[in-house]
Every structure is written in C-alpha cells, then in structure tokens.
Design a protein around this ligand. Structure first.
Ligand code: 3HC
Length: 655
C-alpha cells in the first residue's frame, strides 16, 4: 500500500485497486473544513486515476464520523459545504463503500447514506441525533434515510434522535452487511462485486410505501416526547416530505430548515448543554490522578434512595452489599431492589438474563461487618447528623483502611460527618437524586479533606453508573438545593407581592418546566421544609423577609398531594385552585400591608431567573461551583429547568 495525503486529516492508500480513505480528526473524526476539503480532493484524485476501481471510506480510531463539527456552528461557513461533498459521493462514477467502524452520527451517517453500500461493525452506533442539538439533519439525512428504511422508521430515528447499533441498523436496512474483524477487507472485496454501471444511489430510490396509520403513530409518539421543542416537529415534516417531493426539493427545504434552526436560541442553548456536559466532572489538577479500583459497593440503608442506588450500582456492573439494621428490614430491602429490577423487565429495559445477573451480584444483610469487603460504602440513611456521624464512626471500624466512605446527605454538613471518622481524607459526598436508578444527576461533594484520588474515584464511579457528575463544594444544600431554595424563596415573595401560585406555575410551565414550583412543592410534600424552618427559627435573622403562608398551609394540615391539599386542592387527584388558599394569601398580604401588583408571565420568569442567577453567582464566587455551566446542568437534570433554554445562567446571559 502506498500512502497518499489529501489534507491534514485525510489520508488514503491503494489496496488491490481500491482507494481506502481514512478520516483522522481526533477525537471523533468530526467533519471539519479540513475533512470536507480533504474528501473533495480525494474524490477528485480517485475519479481521475484509472488505477482506482472504487473507494472505501473509514475512520481512524473508534469513530467512523461523529458528525458535523459542532464547534464550527455560529462561525462563518467555510467551503466546501457538507451537502456538496455528499452529493459528489452519491453521484460518483465509481463505487464508494462506507466501512463504518464506530460512531456514524449526524453528518457522519449522512456521508454513509450517500455511499453506494454500507458495512458496519456490530458495535458501531448509527443515528441522526441532531434534534438533541435543536436542529434537523442538514445534509440529506431526512431525505435519504426514509428512502432506505421507510417513513415511519425514519421518523422514529430522526425525530427522537435515536441511535442504533450495527445489528439493528442491518435489520432496519440502513446497512447492507455487518462485519466484525474483517470490516476493511470485506469492504474492499465488496467493491469488486459492485457493478459500476448500476450503482445504488440512495437519493434515487423510491420511498417504501407504508400505512398512514404507522406514520401518524410514529409522528405522534415523537411529538409527545418533544414537549414543544421545534426541531422534532420539523424533522417529522421533512421526513414526510421525502415521500412526496423530488430529492432536490426535499434537500433544499431540509437545508433551509437546518440553517434556520441552527441559528435559533433553542439550538444555541442545546449546544451549550452539549459542551457543558463534556466539561462537567473535569477538575483542574485531577487529570493525572488515577482513580482507585472499585468492584464492591456497600450501601447502608435500602429504603427508597438506597434501593435506587443499589439498582444503579448493579446496572453499572458492581457487586452490591446492602445493609439494614434487622433481618426483616434487609428482606424488605431485597424485595424493593428486586421490585425495581422486575419493573425494568416489564418495561423491556432489562431482559431476564440481565435480571438474574444483577441479583447474582446482590447481597442484602443485617450483618454490617460484611462491609469489610467493600471498596466504597455509600450511606443512604435518615438525614440526621447524629444518625450519620454515629454510623460513620461504626463504619470506620469495619471497612478496610483504604476504603472510601460516601454520604448521600442533601442538607447536612459532610465535613462534620467526615470529622467524626479517622479517615476524613477518604470521605466524599455522593448526593443522588430520587429515583436514584433513573435520575442522571449526581452531585459529587468535594469535602474539606477529600483526597484527590478519592474525588477522582467518585467521578469515575459516577461515569460507570451512567450518571452526570457535577462537583460541588460544601455549603448547605450544595449547588442544586441552594439554587432551588433561592427559587422557592423568590416564588413565595412573589405570591405575597401579588402573583398567585397558579399564575407562577403557568408562567414557568409555558417557559418549559414540566411543573411550576408550587405544583412541585405539593408533589414533594410541604412538611420537610416546614420542619427545617422550625429548626432554624431560633437562629433566623429577624430583619430578613419571611413568608408565613407555607407555615399556615402546614398548620392547616395541607402537606401537599399526599394529604389531597397543599398550595392546591386535589379532588380526584386533579390539581385545582383552592379559594381557601387564595384567601390565606390575601390575608398574608393584608397583614403585612402589601398592595398586590400584577405580574406578566415574562416578569415572573425574569424575577425567578434573577434569583437563581444571583445565588449561582454567589456559589461561583465562593468556589462551591467550578463553572456557571455546571449550575445549568444541575438545574436541568435535577430540577426540570428546560434544556432548550440552556439552564438559568445561560438563559439569563441571553436575556
Ligand atoms: N463536533 C465537535 N466536537 C465534538 C463532536 C462534534 N460533532 N462530537 C464530540 N465532540 C468532542 C467533544 O466536545 C469532546 O471534546 P473534549 O474532549 O474537548 O471535551 C470530545 O469530542 C469527546 O466527546 P465525548 O466526551 O462525548 O466522547 P464519547 O466517546 O463519550 O462520545 C460521541 C462520542 C458519541 C461522538 C459523542 O461525543 C456525541 O454524541 N457527539 C455528538 C454527535 C452529534 O450530535 N452529531 C451530530 C452533529 S450535528 C450534524 O452532524 C449536522 C449535520 O446534519 C449537518
């Protein structure tokens, strides 16, 4: 093989009359200007060189092509444009075969779709996830994919941004063949079998016919999950267009829509989220610190939170030892964990073998000394300082000297818990969100004495659990609950100032939250915050504004949904405005001599955003949060802030 180079990122070698072209643009072979230019130059060469019978396209490393270069969005476009490269591939007079060796996403799959044949490894991942970035495919995906797999299946993949493995791609008809160890050799051999005079050009295929019912169902499913975001609806429209419009018209409409969405606020917000997620969990100075090996996780407390953590750990492939105080409680804990696994089986997320495998790695016991086998112990017991410090002192005498102790406290000071042990450097906070086996967010609390390797281990563990770890310093409520408290406080101030709970909830829901704050308070229950307020009453600054309405609600036995009454009433479980609450609010205003003012929805959102941002700025200046984008991710993944707005810090910046 003699090597040729067409740009910094594109090289090629002739093998048996076939030009094997490698895209090498680490980390994911994104389609940068250099890649696009190099591909054009390669095609130019391959067309002219009589020794080249055909072209195989593949990627270096673990990726085929990760998509368009997202870092180029928002910058002036540079030629050649991706649709032109792709048209050139499809119209190429010699066979072009895609050897998909890893991820083929977005523009990467669009390149492959234009090739005359596609081979993929079983582990390759194929998809058009553009909607997750607030855009639609912009280089033919919405027009070519339905020509291969039909309108309904294409809507399912594109409007949901669903990524499929190689084997499923074969079943769907996206790829022609799955090949494991001999992908390149198979692709080269395939070129020889292709008749250059009848190349299969995807864009010229007829869209397979389908029933309107199947198409409507796929569209309705996708739009229901889209919760008002624009891109999924546009994706559905464009895929449907493939069935009725000629290719050129469909491509032009797709490109127009892509450019319009790419420049939208929604796409800018989702791009921010994408890069924020990649930055999250990166801690300066920790790059060279190796995480410790974790195989066995101890979990003390197998209630709602502990059982969720256990399932998450089992899903991550760990051995789990759950500990309870009594044999009866241990039996109940095992039942709870088994129940969660059964639910996963019923919903099709887990198969029977996966369930057995997980149960095979689970022990639930009342015999705490078994935790001597654990590499890390996570406590998920009642959130009380005495309970937790006594537990940690006991664990200190049981676990190995090098084992890590993690507390799942949400409000207590983990430095105090750590100080109760002989190993404060080996203590870290792992603040899971409930239900812990579902929620992606995990606040990793870097305590005063936490050793760098312990923090690195906690971050590696979070990743293996499939979580999104955000590092927080120690403060009451860490990042999430600090911001949520500020949000709650401001929402209550606004109620006193003139906005009704239902007006505030409606404004926030229209903004994109699945539920407004008062509906959330009712769902979570009002009594825990009430108990905390009573605890803090003696030390509260008397000059600080205090809204008594939530106390009055609790005194009236209105603890939220669980008692059928809270900020709202719930006759038949349905959220309903309650005149009794409105009267309480009016009485509170009169008592303080407040003349109520009217708030527009925009004023409500602005005031709540400002409260969150002020608190966020304080957390940044105190070093509790490392970056504003971490705060955005916490609020999006833990508190329902709409991702399409980018999080409070980003959204406030845009305003
Ligand atoms: N453009 C630019 N940079 C990208 C990128 C892209 N498309 N995809 C990933 N990266 C970068 C990340 O920012 C990260 O950079 P960093 O190391 O500096 O933080 C690095 O690549 C590695 O990414 P991950 O940490 O996510 O690595 P993983 O191995 O976990 O995942 C992946 C790899 C599955 C490719 C994942 O990065 C991913 O999903 N990327 C986005 C894929 C995508 O959405 N493609 C469509 C783009 S839009 C498009 O193609 C429009 C077209 O229709 C015209």
């Amino acid at each position: 093989m003699s090597a040729l180079r067409f740009s910094d990122t594109i090289s090629a070698a002739l093998a048996d009359g076939v030009l094997v072209v490698t895209i090498d643009n680490a980390p994911v072979n994104a389609l940068s200007a250099d890649v696009r230019g190099g591909l054009m130059a390669t095609l130019e060469h391959a067309e002219k060189d009589g020794a080249v019978a055909g072209v195989v396209l593949t990627g270096a490393g673990n990726s085929f092509i990760g998509g368009a270069d997202i870092k180029e969005f928002g910058k002036p476009p540079v030629e050649p444009f991706l649709p032109d490269v792709i048209s050139r591939i499809e119209a190429f007079p010699k066979p072009v075969v895609a050897a998909i060796n890893g991820v083929a996403l977005g523009g990467g799959l669009e390149v492959a779709l234009a090739c005359h044949r596609r081979l993929a490894t079983p582990g390759a991942k194929l998809g058009l996830p553009e909607v997750k970035l607030g855009i639609v495919p912009g280089a033919g995906g919405t027009q070519r994919l339905p020509r291969l797999i039909g309108i309904a299946a294409a809507i399912d993949m594109i409007a949901n941004g669903r990524v499929v493995p190689g084997a499923e791609a074969l079943k769907l008809g996206i790829v022609d063949r799955v090949s494991s160890d001999t992908l390149l050799a198979d692709a080269i051999a395939d070129i020889k079998t292709i008749n250059a005079s009848s190349l299969c050009r995807t864009g010229l295929l007829l869209v397979p016919s389908a029933t309107t019912e199947a198409i409507d169902r796929a569209a309705a499913d996708a739009l229901r999950k889209a919760r008002g975001q624009r891109a999924p609806a546009e994706a559905v429209r464009l895929v449907r267009l493939a069935a009725t419009a000629p290719l050129s018209e469909g491509l032009a409409e797709e490109r127009r829509t892509f450019i319009e969405l790419r420049d939208s606020d929604e796409a800018a917000a989702l791009r921010h989220v994408f890069f924020a997620e990649r930055a999250a969990g990166k801690v300066e100075g920790l790059e060279t610190v190796a995480p410790r090996r974790i195989e066995t996780i101890g979990i003390v407390g197998t209630g709602l939170m502990g059982s969720g953590i256990a399932v998450s750990a089992l899903n991550g492939g760990y051995r789990v030892i759950g500990v309870e105080q009594t044999i009866e409680a241990a039996d109940k804990g095992r039942e709870r964990i088994t129940g969660l696994l059964d639910k996963a089986v019923q919903s099709g997320r887990l198969d029977a073998a996966g369930r057995e495998d997980r149960l095979g790695r689970l022990t639930v016991t009342a015999d705490m000394p078994q935790l001597a086998q654990a590499d890390i112990v996570i406590e998920a017991v009642f959130d009380d300082l005495t309970v937790k410090t006594e537990l940690f002192q006991r664990l200190d005498t049981i676990v190995r000297a090098d084992a890590i102790l993690a507390t799942n406290t949400s409000y207590l000071d983990p430095d105090l818990i750590a100080a109760a042990t002989q190993r404060p450097a080996r203590v870290v906070g792992l603040h899971f969100f409930s239900p812990a086996h579902i929620m992606r967010l995990l606040e990793v609390v870097n305590c005063k004495e936490t050793a760098p390797d312990v923090l690195a281990t906690a971050l590696a563990l979070a990743k293996r659990l499939g979580k999104l770890p955000i590092v927080s310093g120690v403060t009451e409520g860490f990042i999430g609950n600090s911001i949520f408290s500020a949000y709650r406080r401001e929402a209550e101030y606004m109620v006193e100032d003139g906005a009704l709970p239902q007006e505030i909830d409606a404004a926030l829901e229209a903004y994109g939250f699945p539920m407004g704050p008062f509906a959330v308070f009712d769902m979570a229950g009002l009594e825990i915050a009430w108990a905390r307020r009573k605890r803090q009453a003696a030390t509260r600054n008397p000059s600080e504004r205090y809204v008594a309405i939530p106390d009055w609600l609790c005194e009236a036995g209105r603890f939220g949904q669980k008692t059928g009454r809270g900020w709202y009433a719930y006759p038949d479980g349905k959220r309903t405005v309650d005149p009794e609450v409105t009267a309480m609010i009016e009485a509170a205003r009169t008592e303080k001599g407040i003349v109520p003012k009217r708030f527009t929805a925009d004023e409500i959102v602005s005031r709540l955003l400002k409260a969150m941002v002020d608190e966020g700025d304080a957390l940044l200046s105190q070093g509790i949060a490392a970056r504003a984008s971490d705060i955005d991710l916490v609020m999006i993944n833990g508190y329902g802030f709409p991702a399409s707005k980018g999080g409070p810090m980003f959204a406030a910046g845009r305003r």
